[in-house]
Each structure stands twice: as structure tokens, then as C-alpha cells.
Design a protein. Structure first.
Length: 88
């Protein structure tokens, strides 16, 4: 899992029918202090995240294990909205 911040939306009027109804969000990776990194992904949203929220996302074959992404052609999925981070 990777920490990220939702920075935008992607709209696609023509797409594979298996993506119909899936919200696509742009997520930039962040470090533990919330500082944005250069890396970003387009992720299927399985939890109703919005722009500006800190999220957990995963990529690769693990991205197809949520109810939203199961049997769909996705390589990244948002699977949690982060409420708080504590580092000791």
C-alpha cells in the first residue's frame, strides 16, 4: 500500500465497458509528512474519495481485489481514506 493525495479527476467518455461506472482519480504519492513526490497514478476509486483527501492505494495485481476493481482492467485502486497518521 502507498500513501497518496487525490489531486484530480479523469473523465473518459470512451472506455472499456468493464470500466463503466468506475470513478478514476489522479493520485500523487506522498511521504509520511504529507510532502508530495513526483510519482502519480490514475486509480479506480473504491471508497468515494475526493480531491484533497489523503488515501491508501495499491497497484499491480493486488489492485484487483476490491469489490469495485474485481475482474476489471485496473492497475491501481484507492482502498482507504486516511483519517490520521502517527509516526513514533
Amino acid at each position: 500500500m502507498v500513501l497518496g493525495k487525490v489531486i484530480g479527476n479523469v473523465w473518459a467518455t470512451r472506455k472499456d465497458e468493464k470500466l463503466t461506472g468506475v470513478t478514476l482519480l489522479i493520485v500523487r504519492s506522498i511521504d509520511l509528512q504529507g510532502k508530495e513526490k513526483d510519482a502519480f497514478v490514475i486509480a479506480a476509486d473504491s471508497v468515494g474519495a475526493g480531491v484533497g483527501e489523503t488515501v491508501l492505494y495499491c497497484t499491480g495485481s493486488s489492485a484487483r481485489y476490491t469489490e469495485t476493481s474485481k475482474d476489471r482492467p485496473v492497475d491501481a485502486v484507492i482502498m482507504a481514506i486516511v483519517d490520521k497518521i502517527e509516526v513514533y
